[in-house]
Design a binder for this molecule. Sequence first.
Ligand code: GLC
Length: 509
Amino acid sequence: MVDGGWSLLGRHRERARPRSLSQRLPCHLLLQGVTSATQSNRLIAGTSMTRVLLATAELDPFVKIGGLGETVAGLAACLSQLGVDVHIAVPDYPISLAANQHWSVQLPAWASSQASVRSGRVPGLGTVHAVGVHNIERPHPYYDPATGESWFDNDRRFFAFGIAVAKVARQLNVDVLHINDWHTATAVADFPNERTIFTIHNLAHQGAADIGWLPAFGDKAPYFEHLGSCNPMAAAIRLSAKVSTVSPRYAIEACSPTFGCGLQDELAARGSDFFGVRNGIDPKRWNPESDVLLPANFSARDLAGKQVCNKELRRATGLGDAPGPIIGMVTRFADQKGIDLVADLVGYLEGIPASLVMHGTGEVELVSRIWHEGRARRSHMSYLPGFDEQYAHLVVAGSDLLLIPSKFEPCGLTQMQAMTCGTIPVVTGVGGLADTVIDTDADPTRGTGFVSGQASVTSVLDSLHRAVRGWRNRWRREAVQRRGMLTDWTWAGPGRRYRELYREVLDDL
Ligand code: GLC
């Protein structure tokens, strides 16, 4: 598809950066044909497309720990469809990319002088560049799976990755560099900041490191200093042309001491250059009408297949005919997600009555706590540790309610996946959860779920009681389900907003 409006809007092109194709590409890539598809698109279109490098520590389907990988992949797919020339840089942990190009970029001595890059087209996504910096290869991106401890050298690994991202962006001659979270944030030390966009997926992870790192960032060093440490996220917030986060509500919350994790003043200082764009979900992966991972398909018009999924979930978990609805949870096991609240409230579920099905993994202590609860309450609780894509789909689509009791939530994806599948979300009213779920008791004609006022055991239990009452009334339940299913949760709107943002940044040059 072609970005038809671009030639009218791309004032900077004539003025600042008119380039032929051969000028835009490193010659070894041009010769070896990495961008041949792009080339022919451009020739057909008779115009040139915006070239963007998205940089990320996770990219679905190669590496996915939390929502980051799914989010960047979903955005990339949508941007590609919208006619943006999408490139994605991801650390080579390694990832199973079928690369057809191998090249390298020079790095400073502290980052071991060189990064190797493997590049390959991934249909529907864009060109993926697997960037190998010293010691980035590990069995898990962030921590040792055996102990749960963060890798001791995460600062050096990802600081080097960020610098390599800047070099790759220069080599590819991209129009805009779009970096995501702290793992890519050091790129601001080495790429024109007026063409850099920074997206915050989670303020709780900032990559703050020893102050001794500052000299590594040359004349940008002062921007990295924050509260006595070297903080790459602070630098990216201060230097990037625009700073976005993944929901409008989180953008407001992030400017407060309660949610800002110490960076609230930096964020507030960016004024209207800091804002929220809600994430989307990939309609190819999340669509109950066509999902091949489900035992039966269904739609808002005909919910019969959802019953089949529910039966299969009850069978698979051994919950059988347990009374009341099934409450599902597919989550990372992190403090943010309110897992401790769940451990404290499971004892009350039998009395509601309702059963709980949990799936996911993460912090060892939380996993162990829930595992023990699950073993002690087999009649109304089931926990499957780890992550299995097919089982995750069964839990999301087969449950009656989906619980997300987060203490903070920049966006959250599972509530949108749940609504798409007619599963009613029960959430805390924070961040993206508040932006996407309308409380049915507060607004009976527009409600899509249940929202608790606080991330506390009593408040979440109260919402669960309300949700189960609502669920028992078939007429009311189906109205809520249909409203959620018929809402557009795809990337279409957010993707267009990011494309606009790229244009705004380029127009401002
Ligand atoms: C992080 C946030 C989550 C968000 C995801 C993708 O995992 O915690 O709320 O949905 O990033 O942006």
